[in-house]
Ligand binder design. Structure first.
Ligand code: UDP
Length: 454
């Protein structure tokens, strides 16, 4: 990306939510803004601190998050919502102190704060310091647009969903189906409702909303976001089109993946990963293992420690199954995902459809098998399977026969070929957006000018 120096002497402060799927986009955005001449300071919590050494051009400042060693060390993904609620309660005062000091001591003018829409206190803090705040949304605009109506969906009589209604659309929230709804609205109304309301209200008071998305993916949703939040909107993604996410990885990447892929045939390998937060049960884990094994297709499977509830790693697999799996595939704890998806040997991605993973797959033209865990993944997977038609939806069926069938359909059958062709068209459209003069590239210029004007 072309470097401009006209913004020298101006600093932007970034504050990511401490989750892999939020840290990577924030640091990618930091690189984009740095390439436009802005200096960068990243404030971060102690929990899931990004590796400062991987980003020598940025300043990093750590604040306390109030979590105990036990809370940090026990699997933090077991209840992400309550963990984030806790950090939101604890981090306000340390964040205010840190920002106040920075404003006093900085040699450069601090133009604005950019932080994740999941922070609930940052708008008030920035207002108290007279510092403009912009909001980064790390998921699809369509999902943020639904925040005002998600709490109301409980009272619409959609739940519980009978089998005959499962495939009906949720009229207020297309293309979501009724069967997706419970995993969006969740069980705990008291936690979710206030969180969504504060997010909407503080975003409306902000100085602008940045999306890791582009017009080619969701032009209408971006216009609707503008109507709902009434702030300037910038769709400057997919960030992966500019800078890789790999330097922001919180986990050690198994670098043996790529040499292993080098020995596989073109488009023969199915890559399997459910991201950094999703958990599955022991029986679901075994169903995936047998499904992959029975498909006879080569696979690269990320089994993150903590993925399987109650298990350390892959000790549930029998020796016989491990041997059989080892003949065709490779299991790792964490992969260099973007390099993997870009490899010529990858032909499909069995994914939980986190927004980063979905975009990375689209950017590399890899068709998907959708196994969403919850929240915005339910919506992303509907777009993949029902709107863009670049993937097969498992409809929550974590069953060895269904997985075997889907893998074969995507990797070897003619239906897979049709899906692959559609994916190539989508990939090309998105690639145009990040090229010079493309929609995303133009939005970056507008965003840089907007920050200058604050
Ligand atoms: N990722 C990775 N290696 C892995 C699995 C995931 O680098 O083995 C990265 C992936 O490239 C993506 C991020 O982790 O950038 C996951 O973000 P996403 O939004 O897809 O899902 P989340 O983890 O937030 O559920």
């Amino acid at each position: 990306m072309e470097k401009k120096s006209n913004n020298d002497g101006l600093r932007v402060v970034l504050f990511p939510l401490p989750l892999q799927g939020c840290i990577s986009p924030m640091l990618q955005l930091a690189k984009i803004l740095h390439s436009k001449g802005f200096s960068i300071t990243v404030i971060h919590t102690r929990f899931n601190a990004p590796k400062a050494s991987s980003h020598p051009l940025f300043n990093f400042l750590q604040i306390e998050d109030g979590l105990s060693e036990t809370e940090i060390n026990e699997d933090p993904t077991s209840n992400v919502m309550s963990l984030l609620a806790q950090i939101n309660r604890n981090a306000e005062s340390p964040f205010l102190d840190c920002l106040q000091k920075l404003l006093l001591q900085s040699q450069e003018r601090i133009t604005c704060l950019i932080d994740d829409c999941g922070w609930l206190f940052t708008q008030s803090v920035s207002e108290s310091l007279n510092l403009p705040r912009m909001v980064l949304c790390t998921f699809k605009a369509t999902f943020l647009n639904a925040y005002p109506i998600i709490p109301l969906l409980r009272t619409k009589g959609y739940l519980p969903v009978s089998d005959s209604e499962a495939e009906d659309s949720v009229l207020e929230f297309p293309p979501l189906q009724k069967r997706d709804l419970l995993r969006v609205v969740g069980e705990d109304e008291e936690e979710l409702g206030p969180f969504l309301r504060v997010t909407v209200e503080t975003t409306m008071r902000s100085s602008g909303l940045i999306f890791m998305s582009c017009e080619e993916l969701e032009k209408d949703s971006l216009s609707i976001a503008n109507e709902i939040f009434k702030v300037p909107i910038f769709a400057v993604g997919p960030f992966h089109g500019y800078f890789s996410a790999s330097s922001s990885s919180l986990f050690a990447q198994d670098e043996t993946c790529v040499p292993w892929l080098d020995n596989q045939e073109d488009k023969s390998v199915i890559y399997v990963s459910l991201g950094s937060v999703v958990n599955i049960s022991e029986s679901e884990f075994l169903e995936i293992a047998y499904g992959l094994n029975n498909s006879k297709q080569p696979f690269l499977w990320v089994v993150r420690p903590g993925l399987v509830r109650g298990a350390e790693w892959i000790e549930l697999l029998t020796e016989e199954l491990v041997n059989s799996l080892g003949e065709k595939g490779k299991i790792v704890k964490w992969a260099p995902q973007q390099d993997v998806l870009a490899h010529r040997a990858i032909g499909g991605f069995l994914t939980h459809n986190g927004w980063n993973s979905t975009l990375e797959s689209i950017c590399e033209g890899v068709p998907m098998i959708c196994l969403p865990g919850g929240w915005d993944q339910m919506l992303n997977s509907r777009f993949v399977s029902d709107i863009w038609k670049v993937g097969i939806h498992l409809e929550g069926r974590i069953d060895r026969n269904e997985i075997e069938k889907a893998v074969k359909m995507l990797m070897v059958e003619s239906e897979g070929e049709t899906i692959r062709e559609r994916m190539n068209v989508l990939k090309d459209e998105i690639a145009r957006s990040v090229k010079h003069g493309g929609s995303s590239s133009r939005s970056i210029e507008t965003l840089a000018n907007h920050i200058l004007s604050l």
